[in-house]
Design a protein around this ligand. Structure first.
Ligand code: PMP
Ligand code: GLN
Length: 382
């Protein structure tokens, strides 16, 4: 008999809603991925490297050329220097990076602070390590850290805090001042951080991303995670990285080498080439995605949904209280998909205990202009 290690876990909401979108022919604004391709030069580089015979295992920690590009990008973006050899590890996706960091740090009985709504992979990863998540809800409507509740949630067993900025699903940002406050709160304690920054370059309205990489004190105890999938519009490549001080990177690599050993070789070569040749790509991303956010939000102005424009990420939350207050958000997401042809993600699934009367769904705006226009037309008719 199988004794499930994850008895509560079913199929993720992303898979379920994407399947429903396909089955019903709805526009899929649910699972987060672009409906356009990554840069042509990047895609062509993969073919070139496959043809050139770059098809065997990459080094366990990642291709040196790619690790150096990551370090160079970090220096340009955040003005801080990390060592490509001892602090950067390339992984098959950010999800795997987060999983490995959790396995490296969390021992049975340890507590891990997560902020609800939180990304769905964190809790199962903590449970597989024998730890327990302590859920601290973000305050509504702005999805900010509740410092009182965070302080109350810390205990002698707290081993890890997982941050996510820009935040999925709300797009909210953690500010540099909040990082300072967190540093003060955990200074005297043996607590580590995972900072999930996969949307690091999707920050709008001229606000800079406050990376934990740029926070000298917090970085000393942090794993900072990012994803090439988000930054280069290639989510299906499942290629990401972790940056952490040498001692933490060494522990992470002990796990990573037995979970997957290394990332996919030709993809790493292609990313290294593209990053070297097109450093402007990341600089152009905020404006690229802000234009999509603004187009979508402008088109939704005449709808009955209400919303505050997302500060970051490629997700827009919309409140449907004035449309179908009778439906919970899962029912609403299904109704929108089946009856109005637009698939969305309910927000309550990101909570341990969703707030009563939560009437929010998440829409992904990483889509071509035509898709956004078609979706907005359907949503305005709701
Ligand atoms: N963290 C967050 C907050 C995400 O939204 C995603 C996107 N799937 C990931 C991690 C995982 O990224 P990857 O696809 O590189 O595993
Ligand atoms: N991160 C994506 C989202 O939030 C989903 C990735 C996945 O399907 N696991 O929609």
């Amino acid at each position: 008999m199988i004794i499930s290690k994850l008895p509560q876990v079913g199929t993720t909401i992303f898979t379920r809603m994407s399947q429903l979108a396909v089955a019903t022919g709805a526009l899929n604004l649910s699972q987060g991925f672009p409906d356009f391709d990554g840069p042509q030069a990047l895609r062509e580089a993969v073919g070139r490297h496959i043809a050139a015979g770059h098809n065997q295992y990459a080094p366990m920690t990642g291709l040196p050329a790619l690790r150096e590009q990551v370090a160079a990008k970090i220096a340009r973006s955040y003005g801080c220097s990390v060592d490509a050899d001892s602090e950067v590890t390339i992984t098959p996706g950010a999800t795997q990076a987060i999983f490995c960091a959790i396995q490296a740090l969390v021992n049975p009985g340890d507590e891990v602070i997560v902020f609800d709504p939180c990304y769905d992979s964190y809790e199962p990863s903590v449970e597989l390590a024998g730890g327990r998540c302590v859920h601290v809800p973000l305050t509504l409507p702005g999805f900010a850290i509740d410092w009182q509740r965070l302080g109350d949630a810390l205990s002698d067993r707290t081993r890890l805090v997982i941050l996510n900025s820009p935040h999925n699903p709300s797009g909210a940002l953690i500010s540099a001042a909040e990082l300072d406050r967190l540093a003060t709160l955990i200074r005297e304690r043996d607590i580590y951080l995972i900072s999930d920054e996969v949307y690091e370059h999707l920050v709008f309205d001229g606000v800079g991303h406050a990376s934990v990489l740029a926070h000298e004190e917090l970085y000393q105890r942090a794993f900072v995670v990012s994803s090439f999938g988000k930054t280069y519009h290639v989510t299906g490549w499942k290629t990401g990285y972790v940056v952490a001080p040498p001692v933490l990177s060494a522990e992470l690599r002990k796990v990573h080498q037995y979970v997957s050993f290394c990332g996919v070789t030709p993809l790493q070569w292609a990313l290294a080439d593209f990053m070297a040749e097109h450093p402007e790509h990341v600089e152009e991303l905020p404006a690229f995605y802000q234009a999509k956010r603004d187009l979508f939000c402008d088109l939704l102005k005449d709808s009955r949904f209400t919303f505050v424009r997302a500060a970051g990420s490629y997700f827009q939350l919309v409140d449907y209280s004035s449309i179908r207050p009778d439906l919970d958000d899962l029912a609403m997401a299904e109704w929108l998909t089946r009856e109005h042809g637009v698939a969305a993600i309910p927000v309550s699934v990101f909570y341990q205990q969703p707030p009563k009367d939560l009437r929010l769904v998440r829409l992904c705006f990483a889509k071509r202009e035509e898709t956004l226009a078609q979706a907005a037309e359907k949503l305005c008719a709701v």
